[in-house]
Each structure stands twice: as structure tokens, then as C-alpha cells.
Design a protein around this ligand. Structure first.
Ligand SMILES: [Zn+2]
Length: 205
């Protein structure tokens, strides 16, 4: 189980995707990547490999291009427009989620590829769960759903996806907590020794 997959995305024959664990290869070699800055910026991959620029969502409609993000507690979110055949990899921590990075990625997919929300499948990978994610008042104030100082970022992203029009039955949540589960890297648990996990999605040749 070094790479996890989403059953919803597994069902699409022209896609390849995965959510990395700490046992998975850590390199983004052969993939397009970002200099992640906890923003809501989306970029279209203009090359099959290497860093495309600063941002936190990476889109492509090119066959053979795999887009990727790195996380450790933040949530990787993979998007696939099954009608227009376009994909995106999104990095969503609390800052990105507060700035609606997943909605911004969907808006960019609509602008670039004419993607409609009802055609999109979304898969939310492993990240820090509400079980372990205590946040201070300043962060909590950015969200309506924080209760007892605990923040459920996966649920917040589900709400944003649903609010944009992605059908609930097309949104999958892996539901594993990177802090509780030692199979994952966790920034909050491991601090400087935490590695990063690679999540990716691409359109096969
Ligand atoms: Zn937990």
C-alpha cells in the first residue's frame, strides 16, 4: 500500500493517479510540479516535467502530462473532468482552503477547458483529520465549521466542491489522518524530519 487510489478515479480508464504514502517514491521526476506557496493560484502545466511556477493547483488537458503536488498534513485533492478530459492536482492546507483554492482550480478549469462542475470527479486524499487538527482562534475565525478548536479541512473542501456544483456522489474522501497514521508523513507530528508525499494525476497515452 505505498500508493493509495480513489475508487471513483480508478473507474476512469484513461486516467492515472495516486496519493503517496511515506513508502512511495518521493521524486516528482517525470511529473509537472509547483513551487507551493499556500495560495489559491492555479497554473496550467506548460511542460511535462519540472516546476511550472508558484501556485497551489496545477492543471492540464495534455495527454501524457502528469500534474503533482507535495503534502504532509495539508490535503492533496485530485480533480478530473470526465467529459473534457482535463485534470488538476491541488494542494489545500488551511490557508489555501480559506482562500478556496479548490474552487479557484475549478474556475480555472472552466475558463481553460470549458469544464462543467457536474462532469468533475473529485478525490480528497490523506491529510490531517479533525481528530488531530486543533487550531487557534485566528485560524478558526476563517472557517464556520470549526468546533471546540478542531478543524475538519476535508469536510470544508467537500462543502466548497458541493457549493460549486460538483455532485456529492462524485466526491470521494480517502478519510485517513496523516497525524494519527504512521504510514504518512505529518508536519505537525514530525516537524523538520517530516518528508513530503507526492500525489499525482495524469491523462494516459
Ligand atoms: Zn488524527
Amino acid at each position: 500500500m505505498s500508493i493509495l487510489t480513489s475508487p471513483l478515479l480508478d473507474a476512469i480508464p484513461w486516467l492515472e493517479h495516486g496519493f503517496g504514502t511515506r513508502e512511495a517514491p518521493r521524486s516528482q521526476e517525470g511529473m509537472a510540479s509547483l513551487k507551493q506557496i499556500h495560495s489559491a493560484l492555479s497554473l496550467v502545466a506548460d511542460r511535462p516535467e519540472g516546476c511550472v511556477g508558484e501556485g497551489d493547483a496545477l492543471l492540464t488537458q495534455e495527454t501524457g502530462v502528469t500534474v503533482s503536488v507535495r503534502t504532509a498534513d495539508c490535503f492533496p485533492i485530485l480533480l478530473a473532468d470526465v467529459r473534457r478530459r482535463a485534470v488538476a492536482a491541488v494542494h489545500a492546507g488551511w490557508r489555501g482552503t480559506a482562500d478556496r483554492v479548490v474552487v479557484k482550480a475549478l474556475e480555472r478549469m472552466q475558463a481553460e477547458f470549458s469544464s462543467e462542475p457536474q462532469d468533475v470527479i473529485a478525490a480528497i486524499g490523506p491529510g490531517i483529520g479533525a481528530c488531530c487538527y486543533e487550531v487557534g482562534e485566528e485560524v478558526g475565525r476563517r472557517f464556520d465549521i470549526v468546533s471546540a478548536g478542531r478543524l475538519d479541512l476535508a469536510e470544508e473542501n467537500c462543502r466548497q466542491l458541493a457549493g460549486y456544483g460538483v455532485p456529492r456522489e462524485r466526491t470521494g474522501v480517502i478519510g485517513m489522518c496523516t497525524f494519527c497514521d504512521a504510514r504518512f508523513y505529518s508536519w505537525r507530528r514530525d516537524r523538520e524530519s517530516a518528508g513530503r508525499m507526492i500525489s499525482y494525476i495524469g491523462i494516459k497515452h
